[in-house]
Write a protein that binds this ligand. Structure first.
Ligand code: M6R
Length: 369
């Protein structure tokens, strides 16, 4: 049932182009607009929403962090993201104009479920983004948008994450579309561009051999740092989480701009630092800033592993290892930039001799609070 792969995780990483395509399937109309009638949330309800709150755990929380950037950008509705286990204990402010989005692969995560219950008690509308048909979280929510990743067996989430991102993009674009406004044209352009994602993920998967070789060469390392900016910051957090859970290594993700406020003190001779570089096109200020960050850490001895778009030549002089990803609009970049980090963690853990599908101390679905 592993389809010829040694581990479910490898199989699930390879299935990502299809998982992404399946999650998009039937949701984009022939007129280029989104058709999410399945949500059964009328445009009038979506127009009234004045705050979005996302609750999730672990990898799903990272998808939520990325969703905040796109929701606020495309809809101009304020969005908060919180780990579900913290949410209800701080007496969060909600009412019937609050849209709570609960993201969960399994639909059974107790922390997320308790957050959903709390939100509904306060009168908020809850939309679940879930991969498991008929599981508890969608059953207890007002609406659900299913991800179509298929069953995810490996404890470390990979294809579910990419499809959660797709679902978050769809919800953000749909909310923007329903509300109308000055981002209308941009929304239509992005709906057209997101259709390229499966092909681009496939392209990344086809170029991973050097990443595997690099991961194997780092099997004796004790720590790896991950840096990103903007939507690349949650990608850095996700890369670090994968490495923690699979390779049992000290791995941290930071917003690159925070380096100088403390973490730069960690940089030591030979410390591997993975940097997720935003597109040099569009918001190039982000790009320029991260290039200086790479220079800063390299000057202090870091071994830089740079994930950058094809054609981005500015990073070349400062990259000890360069991983190319296809050019994408900045906001969609996580769909491709996450993939090398999954492969990196899986290979490094395998090189250490770990059981990648079933890491120690972890369960696929955490059904206790
Ligand atoms: O089933 P869920 O999406 O609610 O699970 C949430 C987390 O437990 C899960 O993403 C966990 O962090 C993964 N092991 C990460 O790879």
């Amino acid at each position: 049932e592993k389809g010829g792969y040694d581990y479910f995780m490898l199989k699930e990483i390879a299935e990502q182009p299809k998982a992404v395509a399946d999650t998009l399937l039937g949701r984009i109309g022939t007129d280029g607009r989104l058709t999410l009638d399945e949500l059964r949330m009328p445009a009038s309800v979506l127009r009234e929403v004045d705050k979005v709150v996302i609750v999730a755990c672990g990898t799903a929380f990272h998808a939520g962090l990325i969703a905040k950037y796109v929701i606020e950008h495309w809809t101009r509705v304020p969005c908060e993201v919180e780990v579900a286990s913290e949410f209800r204990y701080r007496d969060p402010i909600m009412n019937d104009r609050t849209l709570v989005i609960a993201i969960s692969q399994s639909g059974e995560t107790m922390d997320t479920l308790m957050a959903v219950r709390h939100a509904r008690e306060q009168g908020a509308k809850v939309l679940a983004i879930c991969n498991t048909n008929g599981s508890t979280i969608p059953r207890e929510s007002d609406a659900v948008l299913y991800t179509h990743a298929g069953p995810e067996v490996a404890v470390a989430s990979t294809k579910a994450f990419l499809t959660q991102l797709v679902a978050c993009y769809l919800v953000a674009l749909y909310l923007g579309q329903a509300r109308g406004g000055r981002r209308d044209n941009e929304i239509l352009t992005v709906i057209a561009q997101i259709g390229d994602a499966p092909k681009q993920v496939e392209q990344v998967l086809g170029t991973m051999e050097p990443v595997r070789a690099l991961a194997r060469s780092l099997a004796d390392t004790h720590a790896v740092l991950f840096l990103g900016r903007h939507v690349g910051f949650p990608v850095a957090l996700e890369g670090a989480l994968k490495l923690k859970e699979l390779a049992y290594m000290h791995a941290e993700g930071f917003a690159a701009g925070e380096l100088k406020h403390g973490p730069i003190a960690l940089i030591d001779d030979g410390l591997p630092v993975v940097v997720v570089v935003p597109s040099p096109r569009g918001r190039s200020i982000l790009h320029d800033k991260i290039v200086s960050n790479i220079q800063e850490i390299r000057a202090r001895g870091a071994r830089t592993i740079v994930i950058a778009e094809e054609g981005d030549e500015a990073v070349v002089p400062y990259a000890d290892h360069l991983v190319r990803i296809p050019a994408t609009p900045t906001l969609l970049q996580p769909l491709v930039s996450t993939v090398p980090l999954q492969v990196f963690a899986c290979e490094l853990a395998t090189a250490k001799g770990h059981e990648v599908d079933q890491p120690r101390n972890l369960a696929k679905s955490v059904t206790v609070e």
